[in-house]
Design a binder for this molecule. Structure first.
Ligand SMILES: [Zn+2]
Length: 247
């Protein structure tokens, strides 16, 4: 089913100018909408929009539910790609749980967007993430591992994500996050965050201890080998029934 959002975005495929860059040219960030298609999924009927940009050469996508073009108060989730978690179901992080929860929630809503950002491993890339895992296997903690590889603890930047929302002419967002820093970053790039929607994951008997440990450690968690590392989504997991952990 095509929507008017789909039609609007199709028209934008012909445009050659940067999309949604008015007033924020100082960042020299430019995004362009390259393709759109329908994307029926197990979480609901979405549209998927592929973007190019002049910053990182990555193929970021927006997974869209309903009429978001030009809309206000659009529920939005920023998800950073995690091949090991999203695809393989790795238990070194809970990225897949976070992604599925966001798609399920937005799939049940009238409208919403998941921005799937190809910033693997908190921005250091897949190979370096695996190098960092390897160092953690040898006893380094996550910060030591990243520093040993010459990276800061978190290399992500949300300028491109903000421009993607501008390109879709989203007027304001309800950001699904437990992370105040994500809100601050989006607002820095001119996105109005009119509300925060806590991203709460229901637990099951298999992951309750894992999630409670992560929440109790203020965003840190312990893997099965006793090594501490940070969740890649950098959102402190909120567990149903537990007090909220801010920080
Ligand atoms: Zn992950």
């Amino acid at each position: 089913m095509t929507t008017s959002t789909h039609e609007q975005i199709k028209l934008m495929l012909e445009e050659t100018a940067c999309a949604g860059c008015e007033g924020i040219h100082r960042n020299f960030v430019c995004v362009h909408i390259e393709a759109i298609a329908e994307l029926p999924s197990r979480f609901g009927d979405f549209h998927i929009v592929a973007f190019s940009n002049n910053q990182d050469g990555k193929e970021h996508v927006a997974i869209i539910k309903g009429e978001v073009f030009g809309a206000a108060d659009v529920p939005v989730r920023l998800h950073s790609e995690c091949l090991t978690g999203d695809v393989v179901g790795s238990l070194r992080c809970d990225c897949r749980d976070q992604l599925e929860a966001a798609l399920k929630k937005i799939g049940e809503m009238e409208k919403g967007i998941v921005l799937y950002l190809r910033q693997e491993g908190r921005g250091i890339g897949l190979t370096n993430k695996i190098r960092a895992y390897s160092l953690q296997d040898k006893g380094l903690d996550t910060v030591e591992a990243n520093l040993a590889l010459g990276f800061r603890d978190d290399e992500r930047d949300y300028a491109v994500a903000a421009h993607m929302l501008h390109a879709l002419q989203v007027q304001s967002v309800h950001l699904m996050t437990n992370n105040p820093n994500k809100i601050a970053q989006l607002e820095k790039y001119g996105v109005t965050v009119s509300q925060r929607l806590p991203h709460i994951l229901p637990t099951n008997e298999h992951n309750r201890f894992y999630l409670e440990t992560k929440a109790a450690k203020s965003g840190h968690m312990i893997d099965f080998h006793g090594k501490e590392h940070l969740p890649e989504q950098s959102d402190h997991t909120l567990v149903e029934g537990m007090a909220q952990v801010e920080g």
